[in-house]
Design a protein around this ligand. Structure first.
Ligand SMILES: Cc1ncc(COP(=O)(O)O)c(C=O)c1O
Length: 430
């Protein structure tokens, strides 16, 4: 066998991937007709609820002009696409200063956008704040290649999306700086929140901006679920908060606008993870754009995607209808799931009105059903049982959860798959 000679960083990735069940899951995916015994995958944040409508639109419209077979306008995206996204997001995010195409850099997804901003804002060893629980892939996206550690923020008994929560970010800055002698350079926010499915209140965003100003930290607001909000018809505690973009806040007297950046993309609000479009929005910091020109070629969206996304976002009637129907379907999927969980005595995080998830305490239910068992690692025990029943979802551990036993279910892949997943989850706990 060839001895692989990799860098230490690359070898660490090889080593950490060796016992990941995800690879078994994706090579044996459930299909009601062709593979009924396969894994039901409710672990990956995909929304297929509107795929038929989107495919109909795209397949009817695709006719590719030759310039999209060239490098076109380079790594940061075509001016046509930037114009389309700026106009679309001006309608939906209502930024305080209207977006101009020059404020945008296009990438092939928000993951590369996160990596870019981490690289641009922090030197190796300098920290980037991230509140718990968090979207697990933020860790490699932020740290793997930049060498900038994530500084996780714990909230103890406080709500991570509250005003008191912001004080915990400050404690984490001071603790990190004292412990390492290095600076914290950015705060990564996920708004709406993955996995909690809630939006940050405006007052909390403002307090975060004030904190960032005090320590001269960049605020990066990942708003990839901005338009995937919905009416919660089942539970209203804590009261759902309407989504308001960080860009909609007048920074005057609060924060240097050069420290405020937002991310958005096509993966979630258009259920199009495979299109690979992301955008970095930085309205008042030309240096960010100039620095990222140097790395833009590594994350250039394909010409076909650039063209298709432009076509789609230029059609305001279609996108308005699409977003509204999607939100209705999200509301139904959330209601179905939460009612099912209630009927089966499974506690879940209430007050959601955004994104694709329900965050639920399978560990607690397992303890109730098996009081005689003394589980050392409840998430591992439950996960093993879930995999035995051929259902895959992500454990709280991957999200840096402060409480043990929580899991995130993705509810947006159609009723048939969702009901099969819920049945298997309940069976796995018995
Ligand atoms: C909060 C958040 N940001 C970024 C991403 C990655 O998005 P993309 O497919 O655009 O790389 C995800 C995907 O799950 C996400 O949940």
């Amino acid at each position: 066998m060839t001895q692989s000679v990799l860098s230490c960083r690359a070898q660490a990735v090889v080593d950490s991937g060796s016992d990941n069940p995800f690879f078994d899951v994706i090579s044996d995916v459930w299909c009601p007709s062709k593979n009924p015994k396969g894994y039901v995958n409710v672990g990956v944040a995909e929304n297929t609820l509107m795929h038929d409508e989107l495919l109909k639109f795209l397949n009817q419209r695709l006719e590719l002009p030759a310039k999209y077979l060239t490098y076109n306008e380079g790594g940061s995206g075509s001016s046509r696409l930037k114009k389309a996204i700026a106009s679309f997001l001006n309608n939906h995010l209502k930024p305080f200063t209207p977006l101009d195409p020059s404020h945008l850099m296009i990438t092939n997804g928000v993951s590369p956008a996160v990596e870019h901003v981490a690289w641009a804002f922090a030197d190796p060893g300098e920290g980037i704040l991230l509140g718990r629980p968090y979207y697990g892939m933020f860790i490699p996206d932020i740290s793997l290649r930049s060498g900038s550690p994530v500084v996780p923020v714990s909230f103890d008994e406080h709500d991570p999306l509250s005003l008191e929560g912001v004080d915990k970010y400050e404690e984490a800055i001071l603790e990190f700086q004292q412990r390492t002698g290095k600076k914290v350079k950015a705060l990564m926010l996920c708004h709406p929140h993955n996995p909690l499915g809630r939006c940050y209140p405006r007052a909390v965003l403002i307090k975060m901006m004030q904190l960032c100003q005090k320590y001269q930290i960049h605020l990066i607001s990942d708003e990839i679920y901005a338009l995937s909000t919905f009416e919660n018809s089942v539970d209203t505690h804590p009261p759902p908060v309407k989504f308001e973009s960080a860009l909609s806040i007048d920074p005057t007297g609060i924060i240097d606008p050069g420290l405020v950046h937002a991310l958005w993309g096509m993966s979630k609000d258009f259920g199009a993870n495979g299109m690979r479009i992301g955008v970095i929005i930085s309205q008042a910091n030309r240096n960010v754009h100039m620095a990222l020109q140097g790395t833009a070629l590594y994350s250039q969206a394909s010409g076909i995607t650039d063209h298709l996304t432009s076509l789609l976002l230029e059609d305001t009637d279609f996108t308005n209808r699409y977003i509204q129907q999607n939100q209705q379907k999200l509301s139904e999927a959330h209601a179905y799931t939460t009612n099912y969980l209630k009927q089966h005595g499974i506690e879940y995080a209430t007050g959601c009105n955004a994104a694709f998830f329900v965050w639920m305490d399978l560990g607690k239910r397992y303890h109730e059903l098996h009081p005689e068992e003394d589980c050392e690692d409840i998430e591992k025990t439950v996960m093993q049982r879930l995999l035995q029943k051929k259902v895959f979802l992500a454990t709280g551990f991957l999200f840096g959860s402060e409480q043990k036993g929580w899991f995130r279910i993705v509810v947006t892949q159609g009723h048939e798959l969702l009901s099969m997943a819920l049945e298997r989850i309940v069976a796995a706990l018995e």
